[in-house]
Design a protein around this ligand. Structure first.
Ligand SMILES: [Zn+2]
Length: 464
């Protein structure tokens, strides 16, 4: 059987602008693999159609810009030129003539090419979106492979091009944040009343990835999740040294949740130095809570060391375990002062212990670490028991999984992939938006017509 694909382009006045054949191909009907279009068929058809569609649009635009906008005189041609426009359905080479500016407009640059007023970027926003979305989920190389498999984009999709494009998207988002108006504080929803502080919970936590510039070392990336009643969750992420505007970044998170940017929030952290310092920068009025999950994790670890002591100093081992339980009880009831005093005394006693226990060194270090940890986070220790009974959140265990979700796979902790701080920071921007489903919204903010669904009429419906 022979198939012939034809395309007819009709102008606004219903005149046929162009009509012609896109592709012919033969296909049998006696083998499974012959049924339907192959990828090669579909790619050839798409490229053929795209070429004519884009050329027709460019030609129509050029006709409208052939004369001076001010006096209507025909513009003098300076000569031919070319523009390459990358789309998901092929890279289209367009002829793009240059014109002299009209003499009625003195003082402007001498020549210009009208098409560059239309094609302000040389890549179609939809392709940029697709590249960004997939490269946020899987590696740059795999994204290139995937797109090449299904789209007629040939060799124009390679890992480094896609990385460059993703970085451009992230940089544009950063520029949007810097452009936040000083009066942007009332930019929130018009009648948005802040929810009670306890109703918006933000968990932040850090994770480490390998430094490309200094292969022996890791650096920290911070990941957060914002949760509010009746609203979709949002993720955010950053590399501290790359982020000049954590406050603006966080206000944008609230905005995309439909919350006023002045929304008071409760932030839960693991109590690490870098994350603790970030709370006030993200949201100056935030209530900061040391999360129970990390306290419990620390005490459990200590309990293990203490258990190991049993074989060498059974009496002391029981005593240490009992004292840890009492410290935990004090913390659970929000009595950070008493917990600190007890932790300090315990650390001193353990340090003075005379024992052959091989794990003693670690036990001494961990008990001292507990005291420091409580001291550093004194202001963020709350009455957990009371919160628990009121049904309020006390744990960022949910953030632990966020860190794994956001960092582990794409940043390939296991494969020892290496990152520059800037590259990691930029990828975090697009990845968090891809994961919480707001990347598309970002694009439609930049390219409003991406939301418009073309007026499609299926041929079969037309025939009916
Ligand atoms: Zn003019």
């Amino acid at each position: 059987m022979r198939f012939e694909i034809q395309l007819r382009i009709v102008g606004d006045d219903n005149n046929v602008i162009s009509e012609g054949e896109i592709l012919q191909f033969d296909k049998g009907d006696d083998r499974l693999e012959a049924i339907g279009l192959s990828f090669a068929n579909s790619k050839a058809i798409l490229v053929g159609i795209q070429e004519r569609v884009v050329n027709a649009q460019a030609a129509s635009f050029l006709v409208r810009h052939r004369c001076c906008d001010f006096c209507g005189s025909l513009l003098l041609s300076k000569g031919p030129g070319r523009i390459r426009f990358r789309t998901a359905f092929g890279t289209i080479v367009l002829s793009s003539p240059r014109f002299h500016h009209c003499p009625c407009q003195p003082g402007v640059a001498r020549t210009f090419s009208p098409l560059s007023l239309l094609l302000t970027e040389r890549i179609a926003p939809e392709l940029l979106y697709l590249e960004t979305r997939w490269a946020s989920l899987v590696s740059y190389g795999m994204t290139a492979d995937l797109l090449r498999d299904v789209l007629p984009i040939g060799s124009t999709a390679d890992a480094s091009t896609i990385r460059r494009h993703l970085h451009k998207v992230a940089a544009r988002y950063e520029a949007d944040l810097s452009g936040e108006q000083p009066g942007g504080l009332d930019e929130g929803p018009v009648n948005g009343q802040p929810l009670p502080q306890a109703a918006v919970i933000v968990g932040i936590d850090g994770g480490y990835i390998r430094n490309w510039h200094d292969k022996k070392h890791n650096f920290e990336v911070v990941v957060g999740k914002s949760m509010a009643a009746d609203r979709d969750d949002r993720y955010f992420g950053l590399v501290r040294s790359q982020d000049e505007q954590p406050g603006r970044r966080f206000r944008d998170v609230l905005r995309t949740q439909g919350l006023p940017v002045t929304q008071p929030v409760t932030m839960l952290t693991d109590g690490g130095d870098s994350v603790r310092g970030l709370v006030g920068e993200l949201s100056p009025g935030a209530a900061h809570l040391l999360d129970w999950f990390h306290i419990a994790l620390r005490l459990t670890g200590l309990g293990q060391y203490a258990k190991g002591l049993t074989h060498h100093n059974p009496v002391e081992a029981v005593a240490v375990q009992y004292r840890l339980e009492r410290i935990q009880w004090r913390l659970w009831h929000g009595d950070g002062d008493e917990a600190l005093t007890r932790a300090q005394v315990l650390a001193a006693d353990v340090a003075a212990l005379n024992s052959a226990y091989p794990g003693l060194k670690r036990l001494v270090k961990a008990t001292a670490g507990l005291a420091t940890y409580i001291a550093n986070n004194a202001a963020a220790i709350v009455h957990y028991s009371e919160r628990w009974h009121k049904g309020e959140r006390i744990s960022t265990a949910f953030v632990e999984s966020t860190v794994n979700l956001v960092i582990s796979r794409r940043f390939a902790k296991k494969q020892q992939m290496q990152w520059s701080k800037g590259g990691a920071h930029r990828l975090l921007q697009t990845r968090t938006k891809t994961l919480d489903g707001t990347l598309r919204d970002l694009f439609t903010r930049w390219y409003p017509d991406m939301t418009v669904h073309d007026n499609q009429v299926p041929a079969l419906a037309m025939a009916a």
